[in-house]
Write a protein that binds this ligand. Structure first.
Ligand SMILES: Cc1cc2nc3c(=O)[nH]c(=O)nc-3n(C[C@H](O)[C@H](O)[C@H](O)COP(=O)(O)OP(=O)(O)OC[C@H]3O[C@@H](n4cnc5c(N)ncnc54)[C@H](O)[C@@H]3O)c2cc1C
Length: 369
């Protein structure tokens, strides 16, 4: 990454999380080298992209999204030669999604249409009891996906941002369109550009309206993540385990403790500070007691809150704004923005460069009707 401020660029991207970083990487891969990311924080990836659980999970109930997640996982596991990360990005430790026969079977049906069948299998959840902290799980079945895993967030972000110009501590304020492009007003001065991309996560609506966009369809929500105290049983190489009925997950953090989430999802107002809520601790305790009895009394070391930004149909929002020329979106990544980032950036860059329209399932125009 090159930390710079410049007064003009062909493409200006607002937001240095995975949406913006991956878009810039793919723009360069497709030949557009003159882009600039604006990041309000002192460095990139300090909001949702640095506060998440870093799990690469492919099984969902939405085949369209699962295919993008599978594309993402293939990239993370075997990046193209021109993607240079300082370390391997994905540790393929696998995942176990717990549920009834029917719940697990439904997820497997979707997965079967997106990844090779030797990458996953259905089996008894009791197999997980080889890890003592996962003993006594009441869910009967598990979908074991061997090609899922844990992502090294810093390595992934560094890979995307290699050789990318990023203006840090630079807040986007507003943008005005004229026949030749945009004048973007920032906290560090004005910038001229042809194309403006909103990749500002939970702040997408605010930045979009600063550029005159009528679309305010993003729904920022909060999610808390807890880190346990260290335990000798919390195997570093265990898969992450997600109870799909109770909606709670646990995953080794690689350093001897566990990350855990109650999968909370409350609307939030990103124009105000986003603070953790004590209420979620009790919700997590209750869910752990139900789904992972051996963890019912686990002690927390710390916890924090991040944002997951949803769209009305829970699919990403990628492509041109239907009403404002020269304005593009790479937003609404929900709970999949790490795993799907390679696919998201590819689609955004192809759309910006006019190489390929975004799929109608992701295009912002789908909300115009
Ligand atoms: C607790 C939690 C757990 C999660 N777990 C997973 C997981 O296991 N796997 C997975 O795939 N995904 C997970 N996610 C989702 C994932 O983190 C997000 O989908 C992804 O990080 C969103 O990336 P983004 O670039 O859209 O947003 P962000 O990372 O929030 O980036 C937006 C950037 O825009 C900047 N910005 C905002 N306003 C301005 C402005 N005016 N000027 C300049 N810059 C601005 C912000 O500072 C920020 O850096 C999780 C999310 C949370 C909260």
């Amino acid at each position: 990454m090159k930390s710079v401020f410049k007064s003009s660029a062909r493409v200006v991207i607002v937001g240095g999380g995975f949406a913006g970083a991956s878009t810039a990487w793919w723009l360069r891969k497709f030949g557009e080298t003159d882009s600039l990311i604006l990041e309000r924080e002192v460095g990139p990836g300090m909001q949702a992209s640095g506060q998440n659980a870093a799990m690469a999970r492919q099984a969902t109930q939405d085949l369209f999204i699962t295919r993008l997640l599978a594309e993402g996982v293939r990239f993370l596991a075997t990046p193209p030669p021109e993607f240079r990360a300082p370390r391997p990005v994905l540790r393929r430790l696998g995942s176990a999604l717990l549920g009834s026969d029917a719940q697990v079977g439904k997820l497997a049906d979707v997965l079967r249409r997106a990844i090779p069948s030797d990458e996953f299998e259905i089996g008894p959840a009791a197999n997980l009891a080889t890890h003592p902290y996962l003993s006594g799980i009441p869910a009967p079945m598990a979908l074991y996906t061997r090609s899922d895993g844990m992502v090294d967030l810093d390595a992934l972000l560094s890979g995307f941002l290699r050789n990318t110009d990023v203006a840090t501590s630079c807040a986007f304020l507003s943008a005005a369109r004229d026949p030749d492009g945009w004048t973007v007003q920032t906290s560090r001065g004005d910038i001229r550009c042809y194309t403006l991309v909103i990749a500002a996560g939970a702040w997408g609506n605010l930045c979009g309206s600063g550029a005159g966009a009528g679309l305010r369809l993003l729904r920022p929500t909060t999610r808390h993540l807890f880190q346990s105290v260290r335990g000798k049983d919390f195997c570093r190489d265990a898969p992450f385990v997600w109870d799909t009925a109770a909606e709670v997950y646990v995953r080794p953090d690689g350093g001897g403790s566990l990350y855990m989430s109650a999968c909370d999802q409350d609307d939030c107002d990103p124009s105000a500070p986003i603070l953790p809520s004590n209420r979620i601790q009790e919700i997590l305790r209750g869910k752990l007691a139900r789904a992972f009895p051996a963890l019912a009394a686990i002690r927390y070391h710390r916890y924090w809150v991040g944002t997951r930004t949803l769209s009305p149909d829970n699919r990403f929002v990628i492509g041109p704004d239907p009403r404002t020329a020269g304005l593009f979106w790479a937003a609404g990544l929900g709970g999949h923005g790490v795993t799907a980032s390679p696919a998201i950036g590819r689609i955004a860059a192809q759309s910006i460069l006019g190489l390929q329209d975004p799929p109608p399932e992701l295009s912002p125009a789908r909300f115009e009707k």
